[in-house]
Design a protein around this ligand. Structure first.
Ligand code: UT7
Length: 333
């Protein structure tokens, strides 16, 4: 019997309409376009406006588009995993809300939380259900409304993040395409450098936590930057070596979009030229779990069956990882 691999058979993404430019941020915090662009590569990001709209709104749009594109009926979906750091509510899971709204009535659904590495962790988890023959159609969604946890008076964080979501369809392949390998890592000793101080069980919401602005992303930028540069490059190099891939074998690097300088360092270590790096940080900023599927979506028409892709991410936790996959279809046919 031929080995079953988990192949991405469709991709779709969604970003909200509102564009928050560097120029607009200049009006609210002490920053400027030149600083933001040279330190991060970001020019603008998208923001989901409207009362009561959570990350599920982004995810629902991405998943509905995916179902339309792939011509797959929602009732045939076995499982939906939503990677998110900004769930609509602590419970029910955002995946449950998405499943309900898209009509995936036969799917079970749950969220997976690994900060910016969540999409990779979810993709790897989902691939095991496919490889073992347990399920045939799984949707992995990465959705984040970062604007809901960003302090727009803190210039160290508000310039980085944006809102967005992407979703992939995973199905079995017997042609050897799809996910080949993954390396996933975490180190909780890094939590002090990137976290949200209140709102969890350790420090539930109170007047004090709100007054002290503890419900926003806290980041010690330089410490995170240093760890990200080393870890994302290390893990990408490691997955190449382990699979005997040279830089010539790699068609695309699909990096988490946190800072262009981190992406450049990873590409350099892999020996991969800029022309092979998916980069859209300029227009979307860091959408946390949305970054990697947003890249795949925008580059879909350039991808060819059999292309070797290296996905890489680093984020809060610390968490980081890399996935090696073979693209499973010619997108522009
Ligand atoms: O996706 C999850 C993982 N997150 C990351 O990977 C993010 C990693 N970190 C970073 O990308 C960078 O550390 C930042 C973009 C957040 C910050 O860039 P940096 O080059 O590390 O700047 P810094 O924090 O060392 O700050 C340098 C200077 C400071 O001023 P002084 O002390 O040198 O006078 C900051 O106060 O830049 C100042 N600064 C700003 N100036 C203008 C910090 N933020 C801003 C700003 N505009 N928005």
């Amino acid at each position: 019997m031929k080995k079953i691999t988990a192949a991405i058979t469709g991709i779709h993404a969604y970003v909200p309409d509102y564009i928050l430019t560097n120029k607009e941020l200049e009006k609210t915090v002490d920053t400027n376009d030149e600083w933001i662009t040279s330190r991060t590569g970001i020019k603008e990001r998208r923001i989901l406006k409207g009362q009561g709209k959570g990350a599920s709104v982004l995810g629902i749009n991405a998943v509905n588009g995916l179902l339309n594109k792939t011509n797959i009926n929602a009732v045939d979906i076995d499982l939906i995993i939503c990677a998110t750091a900004t769930p609509d509510m602590l419970f029910p899971s955002t995946a449950c809300i998405i499943a309900d709204k898209v009509g995936a009535s036969n799917a079970f659904a749950y969220d997976l939380m690994a900060a910016c590495s969540g999409f990779l962790f979810a993709l790897s988890t989902a691939s095991k259900f496919i490889e073992t023959g347990t399920y045939k159609k799984i949707i992995v969604v990465g959705a984040d409304k970062m604007s809901s946890i960003v302090d727009y008076t803190d210039r160290a964080t508000c310039i980085i993040f944006g809102d967005g979501a992407g979703a992939v369809m995973l199905e079995p392949s017997t042609e050897g395409n799809g996910i080949q390998d993954s390396i996933l890592k975490s180190d909780g000793s890094g939590s002090e450098f990137l976290h949200m101080k209140a709102g969890g069980s350790a420090l539930p919401a109170s007047h004090e936590t709100i007054e002290a602005r503890k419900h926003f992303v806290f980041q010690e930028g330089q410490s995170v930057f240093k760890a990200a540069v080393t870890s994302m490059a290390d893990v990408s190099e490691e997955i190449m070596k382990r699979n005997n891939l040279t830089s010539n074998d790699v068609a695309w690097l699909v990096p988490h979009q946190a800072n262009q300088r981190i992406i450049d360092a990873t590409a350099r270590r892999m020996g991969v030229g800029n022309e092979k790096v998916m980069l859209n940080i300029e227009r979307y900023g860091n959408t946390t779990n949305g970054t990697i599927p947003l890249c795949l979506w925008e580059w879909e028409n350039k991808l060819k069956k059999g292309d070797n892709l290296i996905l890489a991410a680093f984020g809060g936790g610390f968490t980081w990882g890399s996935i090696y996959l073979k693209w499973a279809y010619d997108s522009n046919k």
